[in-house]
Design a protein. Sequence first.
Length: 67
Amino acid sequence: MWILAGLIGSILLAAFIYLAYQKGRLRVHRSLEIDATVEEVFDAVLDLKSWSLWSPWLMHEPDTHIE
């Protein structure tokens, strides 16, 4: 029983050591194509009263009240 536990422990330890030495190259890329001109988008972002219409954070929190 102890031999099996030691074998499993050494395999896990070797896996952790191997993963610790890997380079952390993770790249996440998201994009969104907006069917509007740059000026229209800039004006919408600039107008604080219109943020509740497009803000991605407010879409996830529908009960939020802005004053």
